[in-house]
Design a protein around this ligand. Structure first.
Ligand SMILES: Nc1ncnc2c1ncn2[C@@H]1O[C@H](COP(=O)(O)OP(=O)(O)O)[C@@H](O)[C@H]1O
Ligand SMILES: [Mg+2]
Length: 270
């Protein structure tokens, strides 16, 4: 099981939306996927169903000797399972912080479920803090969503510096890149931000796929589902997540491949 953590310095950038829709797209592409919500705001469960937000989940797992499989919820997509955040218990908060910051909770989850899933997508809480550092310490990869809005470019150095400090402290996780979200093509400011980020930062920092701002997210959120399930055929924006997942997979593979810049031709030119 490869663990991909979604993190960000700012809230409201589309992180939970990205986690849910990416997990759905990966499952559709045949990956046994676990969507893990470690954000105390429990955005995943809240957006999907009231029942889900009243269940036990990650909080119980991190603070008690319980089995993860008893807390995991299956979905209508056979390869997609969810471990919701669960119920916060005030007297257990210190234990929860400790389990997150030390990375023990995630390590235990990996030991228990490593063979059952191909991927675990983690919706982390907003903020570059010790909890994030603990999770990054036990994850394989990191992705940071970035809203296509003014000031976003300022967040980039903060995220990169935090990740590099985690790596210097020994975290093995690799940064796969920023994903621009909520891009409003008709809005000059939003487009300017995309251009600015594309020109200021190296190609390798940024996913080619950009998630557009789309009304379908409002409808899907209200109904509690990924955009790909909204209707048949699905809204065009759902395709962006399919493309993004291909790109994520490619970037994960690239971290283990030697780069080769020699041109190769489709047809022998000699
Ligand atoms: N690409 C998008 N287009 C339109 N609305 C979006 C998009 N992505 C997210 N939203 C909406 O923006 C709000 C915040 O998104 P969310 O994923 O919860 O952000 P975060 O987890 O970073 O706080 C939600 O109401 C969500 O439905
Ligand atoms: Mg969220």
């Amino acid at each position: 099981m490869k663990v991909i953590v979604l993190t960000g310095a700012k809230g409201g950038v589309g992180k939970t939306t990205l986690a849910l829709n990416m997990a759905y797209a990966f499952a559709r592409q045949g990956k046994r996927t676990l969507l893990l919500d470690t954000d105390m705001q429990g955005g995943i469960a809240l957006s999907l169903s009231r029942g889900l937000s009243q269940r036990g989940g990650w909080f119980e797992y991190a603070t008690q000797e319980v089995n993860a499989q008893s807390l995991i919820v299956s979905t209508n997509q056979s390869l997609l399972h969810i471990l919701p955040h669960g119920q916060v218990v005030f007297s257990e908060l210190v234990a929860f912080e400790r389990a997150m910051q030390s990375g023990h909770a995630l390590q235990r989850l990996r030991d228990e479920l490593g063979d059952l899933y191909d991927l675990c997508i983690v919706d982390l809480q907003t903020g570059l803090d010790l909890r994030a550092a603990g999770m990054i310490d036990k994850a394989d990869f990191l992705i940071a969503p970035l809203a296509a809005e003014p000031l976003s470019a300022r967040v980039v150095p903060h995220v990169l510096s935090f990740v590099s400090q985690c790596q210097k402290a020994g975290a093995p996780s690799l940064f796969l890149g920023f994903v621009l979200t909520m891009w409003q093509a008709a809005d000059a400011q939003s487009t300017k931000v995309v251009q600015e980020i594309r020109t200021r930062f190296p190609e390798s920092f940024l996913f080619y796929t950009i998630i557009s701002h789309d009304e379908a997210f409002v409808d899907a959120n209200e109904l509690g589902m990924p955009v790909g399930m909204l209707r048949t055929p699905p809204p065009a924006v759902a395709m962006l997540f399919e493309q993004l997942c291909v790109e994520v997979e490619r970037r994960m593979q690239m971290t283990t491949e030697e780069p080769n810049h020699e041109p190769r031709y489709l047809v022998d030119r000699s």
